[in-house]
Ligand binder design. Structure first.
Ligand code: HEM
Length: 457
C-alpha cells in the first residue's frame, strides 16, 4: 500500500486500475477523505482516468476523467443505480426520485416533469421574488448578519410555499421543523469506514436509521393535506397540485408515492440552493468590481422595481456570476453510482455491485478543462456559455437521465435572490478571517458574516 502501482486490480481483458496512494489498514482512504476530502479528490486525477480508493474495506472506483463521466451518466446510465448510500437513505426518506432506480425512477420522472415546466416556474417565481424581497428588506443598512442561517430559512420558506400554496398550516411547519432536526448527514454515511465494515461483519454495531417518529408525523400531515387537495381536485398553482394531477399511460402517483416525492424535494431543493446562494454572496461581497457590475445590470434592467420571472433571462451578468459560483463550489461535490450489470467504462470493466464515485468539484477545478481553475472569473462564461457548456465538464446539476429536475427552479430562485439582496444594498464581508468550506451532504460555507450598506438611489 502507499504507491500508485501497489494494490492494483485486474479482471481478464480489463485495464489495471491503480489504487490511490495513502491507503491505511482498516480505514482505507477514509482518513484522507475525512481530513481534506476536496484536496484529496483533486489530487487523484494525477493517477489516471479511474483510481481505486477504499472506504474501510469497501473499494470504490473514483472516475476522474470527464469522458468516462459522460459515459457513466449518459451512454451507460442504465447499467447503474445510485448505490449503497441511497439504499440506506431509502429507510428514513422513502423512495423518491433521488433514490429510485430503474423503471420506478423513469415513471416518477415522467410524472414529475410537468411540475417543473417553464410555465409552472413562472408561477413559483412570484413566490420566490416576494419572499426574497421581504427577507432582504428586513436587513437594516449598517447591520451585520450571518447569512448562513438566514439563507437557510429563506430557501425553506420558498420551497414550502412553492410546494404548498398554503403552507401556513401550523402542523406542517411544526412537522417540517421537527423532521429537519433529525435529518442526518448522508455523506458521513457514504464515507464512513465503520458503516462499510458493519455491512461485512454483522456483529459490529452498524448504522441505525434515525428516530422514525418525526418522519411519520411529517408523512401524516402531508397525507392530510393531500386528502384536502384530492377532495376538490383544484390546481392551486403549486408543486403539490402538479404531483397530484400528473397522470398518463403509467397511471398516477399514489398518495404514499407523493409523500416520498415531497420529502425528496425538501431534501434536494433547500440545502443545495442555500449553499449556492451563500457562496455567491460571499464572492460578490468581497469583489467590489463584480458587485458594481451586478448593480449596473440591476439598475438597467429593473429600474428600481422588484425583479420578476421575465427579468431572469435579462440578468446575464448575474447568471455568469452564478455559473462561476456553481463551478467553484458545486453543492453536490461528490456523486455516486453502482453497477447493476457487467459494464465497461472506457477500458475499465466493472462487475455488478461495483461502486463508482465522481466529483464535480474536482472536474470543475481541473486545469486541463479550465484556465486558472482556482480563480473566480465570471467572464469565463460569456452569455449562454454556462447553458451550453458540455454537461460532463460543467456538472453542478449532474447530467443524463438523472439530471437535476429542479435546475430551472434553482437558476430562477438564485437569480431572484441575488437581485433581491444586492439591488438596494452594498454588501461587504464583516470578518477578516476566512470563510471555510464545510463538506457535508452539500458543500457550504461554515458561516457568512456580511454587513449591508445603503446604496444611494
Ligand atoms: C443550486 C441548486 C441545486 C443543485 C446544485 C442541484 C444538484 C443536483 C444534482 C447534481 C443532481 C443529480 C444527482 C446525481 O446525479 O446523483 C440533482 C438531482 C435532483 N435534484 Fe437538484 N440541485 C439543485 C436544486 C434542486 C431543486 C431546487 C430541486 C427541487 C425543487 C431539486 C430536486 C432534485 C431532484 C428531485 C433530483 C433527482 C433527479 C433524478 O434522479 O431524476 N434540485 N440535483
Amino acid at each position: 500500500m502507499g504507491s500508485s502501482t501497489e494494490g492494483t486490480s485486474r479482471r481478464p481483458g480489463a485495464r489495471t486500475v491503480p489504487t490511490a496512494p495513502g491507503r491505511l489498514p482498516l480505514v482505507g482512504h477514509a482518513r484522507a477523505l475525512h481530513h481534506d476530502a476536496l484536496g484529496f479528490l483533486c489530487r487523484l486525477r494525477r493517477h489516471g482516468p479511474v483510481t481505486k480508493i477504499y472506504i474501510g474495506p469497501r473499494p470504490v472506483h473514483l472516475v476522474n476523467d470527464p469522458e468516462h463521466i459522460r459515459e457513466l451518466l449518459t451512454v451507460q446510465a442504465r447499467s447503474f443505480d445510485k448505490g449503497a448510500m441511497f439504499d440506506a437513505l431509502r429507510v428514513p426518506l422513502g423512495d423518491g426520485l433521488i433514490t429510485a432506480a430503474g423503471d420506478r425512477h423513469l415513471r416518477h420522472r415522467r410524472l414529475m416533469q410537468p411540475a417543473f415546466h417553464h410555465d409552472r416556474i413562472a408561477g413559483y417565481a412570484r413566490v420566490m421574488s416576494e419572499r426574497c424581497q421581504a427577507r432582504a428588506a428586513d436587513w437594516e443598512p449598517g447591520t451585520t448578519r450571518d447569512l448562513v442561517p438566514e439563507i437557510h430559512r429563506l430557501t425553506l420558506d420558498v420551497l414550502l410555499r412553492t410546494l404548498f400554496a398554503k403552507p401556513h398550516d401550523p402542523a406542517l411547519s411544526g412537522a417540517v421543523k421537527e423532521w429537519l432536526t433529525v435529518k442526518y448527514h448522508s455523506m458521513r454515511l457514504a464515507l464512513s469506514p465503520l458503516h462499510a465494515w458493519a455491512e461485512r461483519v454483522p456483529l459490529l454495531p452498524g448504522w441505525r436509521p434515525p428516530d422514525a417518529g418525526p418522519l411519520q408525523r411529517l408523512v401524516d400531515v402531508q397525507l392530510r393535506i393531500i386528502d384536502d387537495y384530492r377532495a376538490d381536485g383544484r390546481d392551486r398553482g403549486d408543486l403539490l397540485s402538479m404531483l397530484l394531477l400528473a397522470g398518463g399511460p403509467q397511471g398516477a402517483l399514489s398518495d404514499p408515492e407523493v409523500t416520498d416525492e415531497l420529502i425528496t424535494l425538501f431534501l434536494a431543493g433547500t440545502g443545495t440552493v442555500s449553499a449556492s446562494l451563500a457562496w455567491a454572496l460571499h464572492e460578490i461581497s468581497r469583489r467590489p468590481d463584480v458587485q458594481r457590475r451586478i448593480h449596473d445590470e440591476l439598475d438597467g434592467v429593473l429600474d428600481g422595481r422588484p425583479p420578476g420571472f421575465e427579468d431572469v433571462p435579462e440578468l446575464t451578468y448575474t447568471r455568469r456570476v452564478l455559473a462561476e459560483t456553481l463551478r467553484l463550489y458545486p453543492p453536490s461535490w461528490l456523486l455516486m453510482r453502482r453497477a447493476v450489470r457487467p459494464v465497461t467504462l472506457g477500458d475499465v470493466r466493472l462487475a455488478p455491485g461495483d461502486e463508482v464515485f465522481f466529483s464535480p468539484y474536482a472536474v470543475h477545478r481541473d486545469p486541463q478543462l479550465y484556465e486558472n481553475p482556482q480563480e473566480f472569473e465570471p467572464d469565463r462564461w460569456p452569455p449562454e456559455a454556462a447553458a451550453k457548456a458540455p454537461r460532463h465538464t460543467f456538472l453542478p446539476f449532474g447530467a443524463g437521465s438523472r439530471l437535476c429536475i429542479g435546475e430551472d427552479f434553482a437558476w430562477t430562485e438564485l437569480t431572484l435572490a441575488v437581485a433581491a439582496f444586492t439591488a438596494h444594498r452594498r454588501l461587504t464581508p464583516a470578518a477578516s478571517d476566512a470563510v471555510r468550506p464545510l463538506v457535508g451532504t452539500v458543500l457550504r460555507p461554515d458561516r457568512l458574516p456580511l454587513t449591508a450598506h445603503a446604496r444611494p438611489s
